[in-house]
Structure formats: C-alpha cells, structure tokens
Design a protein around this ligand. Structure first.
Ligand code: ATP
Length: 240
C-alpha cells in the first residue's frame, strides 16, 4: 500500500498585497517522501513555502496536513503540528551561539527531555556543529550556517520540512552532503520534505517526486526519475 498523503494542497491562491503570485496550486506529498519544487525564477516556489508555513496568508484554497485543515491556524500552532520552514537566507541569528540557535528550535516543546534528545541527535548528525557549539552564528561558514538552520528545524522534530534553496552559495561537496542527509532523514525517521531548489539536477537526484511550477501553478508533478530521464519532459519544462 502506498504511503498516506501528509500534505495536500488544493487551489491555493496567495501573493503580496493585491498582487497574486500563486494562482491555484494543487500538490500532494505522501508521508516519508521528498518532493522537489523546481521552476523558473519568479514561478512562485518561495511564495508557496511562505503560504504553507503561515508567513503569508492565503487568499483562497485548502492546505491539509495529515488530513487536518490548516486554514486559520496560527503560525505557532503550525509548528506544533509538525511544520518546519527553513527559509532562503536561513535565518541563523548571528549574535547567538550555535547551541543557542539550536535550542531555539525546541523552545516551544513541552517534552523537555525529548527536546534534549533531539538536540543531541542533531549534534551527532552535524559533527561540525558539535565542534563549534560556542561559536557565534556570524563566525560560521555558509555550509555551517545551512547545517545550523536545518539542525534548528530538526530539533523541533518536524513531520514536514519546508526547505528553501538549501544549496544556495554552497560548494558542490556541501550540497551533495546536504542532499544525502535529507535522504537519510527520510529513510530513518520518515521525514517528509518539500524542497525548493534552483539546482534542478541535485534536487531531482534526491527527490521522489518532481514538481514543476510556472507562473504560480504546478504544471507537472511526476516521479523525479521520470522528469530526470524523459527527454521530452525535461526539454519542455526544465530547459535542459
Ligand atoms: P526565485 O527562485 O527567484 O526566488 P520563486 O519561484 O521562488 O523564484 P517567488 O520568490 O515566490 O518565486 O516570487 C514570485 C513572485 O513574487 C515574483 O514576481 C516576485 O517578484 C514576487 N515577490 C516575492 N516576494 C515578494 C514580496 N515580499 N513582496 C512582493 N512581491 C514579492
């Protein structure tokens, strides 16, 4: 039997002020899978993540997380329900230490013991962070900041990770490591990931599903391998 859908988006409309960006997005992400959202600049990928995580309020449409309608749910409740958003630019706090940044990710959790365990697991997963526990955010390299932002989200033990451009500004080696880590988290913990990427090849290599956006809509959703290997689809929608 296939996995139940963790995220279902129907007819989602959202934008900034009077300007619509998402014009009716439909999307389904099964639990324990990685979906890569790709598409030209300005297609609305970042806006989709913002609308899902409550950073902007959708004008219409429906978002279901594990079957629960999220309409009107306050942002902090979205986090409690298992949604974590790692925005583009990552939002690491420069003046706090690595340890303080990571602990922020678990502050809201009532189960303090498990928040502590989750923190230890993140240190195991990201060994460079463990070595730099007391370094300040601004002392880290780009790759380490990316790890820190991802680690902070994981301390909250999300069910759904919304990840915006994790490869931006990173060396290919670091990108490969980040992608491998996402697969590992999916396989070991059943994490579900919605990954926005400019780096289409890396994204489709790691993803189960490829989602192509254009002008505020999903124009293709297909197994990532199909998008990767079908020359016609690739030429038509990805331009290579
Ligand atoms: P990119 O990879 O370039 O970020 P994208 O597919 O993620 O592309 P979005 O960032 O979602 O696209 O942008 C979609 C449209 O929304 C663009 O026309 C952009 O100019 C506009 N937009 C993005 N952020 C804002 C904002 N804060 N206020 C107003 N318009 C915005």
């Amino acid at each position: 039997m296939s996995a139940p859908d963790l995220l279902v988006v129907r007819g989602l409309v959202a934008g900034y002020g009077a300007t619509p960006v998402l014009r009716a997005v439909d999307l389904t992400v099964p639990a324990g899978t990685i979906a890569a959202v790709v598409g030209a600049n300005g297609a609305g990928k970042t806006t989709l993540l913002r609308a899902l995580s409550g950073m902007i309020r959708p004008a219409a449409g429906q978002v279901l997380l594990a079957g629960e309608d999220l309409r009107g749910t306050p942002v902090e409740q979205l986090v409690r329900r298992g949604m974590a958003h790692v925005p583009e630019g990552r939002g690491v706090i420069s003046e706090l230490t690595v340890d303080e940044n990571l602990r922020l990710g678990g502050l809201w959790r009532r189960d303090r013991a498990d928040a502590g365990r989750a923190l230890d697991e993140v240190y195991e997963l990201f060994e460079p962070l463990a070595r730099r526990r007391r370094h300040l955010g601004h002392q880290l390299s780009g790759g380490e900041r990316q790890m820190l932002a991802l680690g902070r989200a994981l301390v909250g033990r999300p069910r759904l990770l919304l990840l915006d451009e994790p490869s931006l500004g990173l060396a290919p080696r670091v990108v490969a490591r980040t992608m491998a880590l996402l697969r590992q988290l999916r396989d070991r913990t059943g994490l579900t990931v919605l990954l926005v990427e400019q780096n289409v090849r890396s994204a489709l290599a790691v993803a189960d599903q490829g989602v192509v956006m254009s002008l505020g809509r999903v124009v293709v959703a297909a197994p990532a391998a199909t998008l990767r290997d079908d020359d016609d689809l690739r030429h038509a929608y990805l331009g290579f």
